[in-house]
Design a protein around this ligand. Structure first.
Ligand SMILES: [Fe+2]
Length: 224
């Protein structure tokens, strides 16, 4: 089944999972991390060159970009990047891309749930699984953040990144299962992630005071 068609087919259904935000508090910023590269390709399907892409359950991430008064923001540029299913970052465009929010502020992309990766030589410290976001719209602060997964044992105080924001509830999504038909031959997970931008012209990011170790250790795994 064509994945893009599938995304479009379930677009309206996925809106059912859109919980209304009563208070449009700006999304908590997070650390940029060492793997951001400018100008990722325009695409709504990432990690599709991962060998796991055809064997693992897909993850549809969808949500809205809103302002502080809960109005949708169209044409916001949303950049995403993540580790692949095995927890490895790659320099090329395998698990990164960008898209724009639609007129109703909606965006969506298809990927795999990212793997966790260790940030120490003995592999005892881990980051929770996460997807990085960088959201740009003129008139608003540039938001840099990360999306996490509910139930991950490395959230909050167990996150090896001390400065990261994985304890922030607004960054943690709960997955919902959706199946193409009753046979459950094709099921995937949906994560709903609304993003609220703050008016301004600054960069909303958390400075990482210890960003060298994860980068050096993980780069050794790049290219696998
Ligand atoms: Fe990361």
């Amino acid at each position: 089944m064509n994945i893009i068609i599938l995304i479009l087919a379930f677009w309206s259904v996925s809106v059912c999972y859109s919980r209304r935000i009563d208070v449009c508090k700006p999304t908590t910023p997070d650390v940029l991390g060492p793997y951001y590269y400018p100008d990722p390709p325009l695409r709504r399907q990432i990690c599709d060159r991962d060998r796991a892409f055809h064997g693992q359950r897909h993850l549809l991430v969808e949500g809205r970009v809103l302002d502080e008064s809960c109005k949708p923001i169209p044409d916001a540029r949303i950049e995403v990047w993540q580790a692949d299913f095995g927890g490895h970052y790659l320099f090329k465009d395998k698990c990164r891309g960008h898209m724009f929010s639609g007129q109703s502020g909606h965006f969506a992309f298809l990927t795999l749930r990212p793997g966790k990766y260790s940030t120490d030589p003995t592999k005892t410290l881990f980051r929770p699984a996460h997807i990085h976001f960088r959201v740009v719209k003129p008139g608003f602060d540039i938001l840099i953040t990360q999306m996490y997964f509910n139930g991950d044992s490395n959230l909050g105080k167990n996150d090896s990144c001390r400065d990261c924001s994985s304890k922030s509830a607004d960054l943690v999504v709960k997955l919902h299962e959706m199946c193409a038909d009753n046979t459950k031959r094709y099921c995937f997970n949906i994560a709903h992630f609304d993003i609220v931008l703050k008016s301004g012209d600054k960069i909303d990011v958390v400075q990482d005071s210890d960003d060298s170790l994860p980068e050096l250790l993980d780069i050794a795994e790049v290219g696998k």
